[in-house]
Structures are given as structure tokens and as C-alpha cells.
Design a protein around this ligand. Structure first.
Ligand code: TYD
Length: 141
């Protein structure tokens, strides 16, 4: 598991399948440092009550890595490494979308009950954001 986690940290993005501890009492997922997380989590935030036709994100990060978990409902993440775009439909809290640095992301198509939790490798720093798409293309070369 640890080797898998080290490998994922070298990828641009990847779907992670979490182990579900489930029985007749319901489901539980545990995210634990050095076991099933590819980086040290320094920040957690969550997004909810998102109007249906809004597009969020529209940025990349210089350093920050993230794991996106759609805890409730569904939404679409469009990831762009400057060469190709890929859409991920998130609707399962047992999966995480790992996003490395230097990936442009836009997310949309939120269901009314959508709750997105983000685990981040860095503290909040506006200087880590690339908010201009042309600057993003220039930086990634
Ligand atoms: P932003 O990252 O632009 O949101 P999104 O990518 O989901 O569209 O952040 C929205 C606002 O929240 C912005 O004013 C910065 C603030 N913010 C924090 O204060 N701390 C945080 O950890 C994050 C992610 C955002």
C-alpha cells in the first residue's frame, strides 16, 4: 500500500479506491497518515450548497496536492495537464480523486446535495494559485 501511495504522488491525477469497512451497521472509511494517504494532510476544507450552474476552480496549484472526495451527491471535475483534458464524475464517497500540482481544474454540475471534502498538502496560500490559464500554459512549458 505504501509503495502505491509513493507512486501516486508522481502522477498528475488518479482515482483512489478506499477500503470500506461496511456491515449491516453502515460504512466507514478511514484515511490514515502513512497508510492510505500519499502526502501529509495539512488542511481540510469542504464545499457545499453550490448553485447548480456554477463552475468553480478555474485554477492550478504550484505546489499544493489534493485529494477530492465527494461525500454526498455528485459533481464533475475536469482536469487539464496542458495537453489533455479528462472529466471525472464523482458520486462515490469510497473514491478519492488525487490531483497533483500543475493541473488546471474546473468543477461543475453539482447536485443539490453535493458535499465535496478536500484534503490538501499545504496551508492556504494565495501565492500557490495559478488563476490565469495562459500563465498556467506558460509555467508548465
Ligand atoms: P477558491 O480556492 O477560489 O475556491 P474554488 O477553487 O472552490 O472555486 O476559494 C474561494 C474563497 O475561499 C477565496 O476567497 C479564498 C478562500 N479560501 C480560504 O480562505 N481558505 C482555503 O483553504 C480555501 C481553499 C479558500
Amino acid at each position: 500500500m505504501l509503495n502505491f501511495m509513493i507512486n501516486i504522488a508522481h502522477k498528475k491525477y488518479e482515482i483512489m479506491d478506499f477500503t470500506v469497512h461496511g456491515d449491516h451497521n453502515g460504512n466507514l472509511i478511514s484515511l490514515e497518515q502513512d497508510k492510505n494517504l500519499p502526502f501529509t494532510v495539512r488542511r481540510v476544507y469542504y464545499i457545499y450548497d453550490i448553485p447548480k450552474n456554477i463552475v468553480r476552480g478555474k485554477h492550478a496549484h504550484k505546489k499544493n496536492e489534493q485529494i477530492i472526495i465527494c461525500l454526498s451527491g455528485s459533481c464533475d471535475f475536469i482536469l487539464d495537464d496542458g495537453k489533455t483534458k479528462k472529466t471525472f464524475h464523482l458520486n462515490d464517497p469510497s473514491k478519492g480523486l488525487y490531483i497533483g500540482s500543475d493541473v488546471w481544474r474546473e468543477f461543475s454540475c453539482f447536485s443539490p446535495d453535493c458535499v465535496i471534502m478536500v484534503l490538501a498538502s499545504t496551508l492556504y496560500d494565495e501565492n500557490d494559485y495559478i488563476r490565469d490559464y495562459n500563465e498556467f500554459l506558460r509555467i508548465i512549458g
